[in-house]
Design a protein around this ligand. Structure first.
Ligand code: ZN
Length: 307
């Protein structure tokens, strides 16, 4: 798929600056680079052996922040498709990588650039006037939409369409991969539903609004958040009012913490309210338990229930 002649001299140029050691040979597989491990997993399953997929971030890293490293630019310079979550989640770092990569195929507006938020309807869209520079991490709505299996199916179909558009020769393989992925997503949803059915769901506290789409899908109302607001760290006053609020519920809460947040405040909170603190994956690769999409969704349900 690597047909762009400009890319050859670009990679060679980067090699001259010591940024890449080896110029890889072109091969027949479509190259997909994704911002997150979830999107890379989707592309790999859809690819069905006909795609090389990698992610810039690992599932245990905070997707709101990343460094625009030269190695990421080299990766994107060789991509046929670049998958991003959009809704400004990656705005602090992805534009720098795309600019540095100088790959015309994956520039915004090209078929190779995919803002996956176009496939879903965002929730928690703030009223006009939200501004990331004032600390609002979600100026265009909550970007953690992959944690709802219904959204995941929409994502899977959208990604498969775009991969097929870029590499029509592998359409049959991608159709087969998409069917496998949709079936896995259905199993994820069924697995979570089976765990929640007949179980009493404890009050759930999370650090950030990462699980809002998951909660909506399974009818869970979060009991509180550890950070003061999206992107703003907890203050002693906020934690004190959270303690009062949780004690008033009279039930031990599950305190769900994404892998990239500091555990100190969650542990203190847990000690004060007799809560169960659970390190919980919010992406594939977030913890060792979450190696597939099904495992990710089922693990989140298990952590909430303490099963
Ligand atoms: Zn967020």
């Amino acid at each position: 798929m690597n047909t762009n002649t400009n890319r050859g001299w670009l990679v060679a140029g980067l090699a001259a600056f010591g940024l890449v050691a080896v110029v890889p040979a072109a091969d027949a597989k479509i190259r997909v680079v994704a911002t997150t491990q979830d999107l890379a997993y989707f592309a790999r399953v859809i690819g069905n052996g006909e795609a090389d997929a990698s992610s810039i971030l690992k599932g245990f890293q905070d997707p709101h922040f990343a460094a625009a490293k030269p190695s990421f630019m080299v990766e994107v310079s060789r991509a046929d498709v670049l998958l991003s979550l959009g809704l400004d989640l990656e705005i602090g770092w992805l534009p720098l990588i795309v600019t540095g990569a100088r790959n015309p195929s994956v520039m915004p507006g090209q078929a190779g650039f995919v803002d996956c938020s176009q496939f879903v309807s965002p929730i928690e869209v703030p009223a006009a006037g939200a501004d990331r520079s004032k600390g609002d991490l979600h100026p265009k709505g909550n970007p953690h939409y992959w944690l709802d299996p219904e959204n995941a199916k929409k994502l899977a179909r959208g990604i498969a369409d775009r991969m097929t558009q870029v590499d029509p020769g592998d359409a049959a393989a991608f159709a087969g991969g998409l069917a496998k992925l949709l079936s896995e997503i259905d199993q994820a949803d069924a697995g979570a539903k089976a765990l929640f059915a007949g179980s009493e769901i404890p009050p759930v506290v999370t650090y950030h609004v990462t699980f809002s789409y998951f909660f909506e899908r399974y009818g869970i109302r979060p009991a509180g958040f550890i950070e003061t607001k999206p992107g703003i760290p907890p203050t002693p006053g906020h934690v004190a009012s959270l303690v009062t609020q949780l004690k008033a519920l009279g039930k031990a809460p599950a305190i769900i913490v994404e892998p990239y947040y500091d555990m100190e405040v969650p542990r203190e909170l847990g000690a004060q309210v007799n809560g169960r603190v659970e390190l919980t994956p919010s992406s594939i690769g977030g913890t060792d338990e979450a190696r597939t999409y099904k495992d990710l969704i089922v693990t989140v349900a298990r952590k909430i229930l303490g099963k």
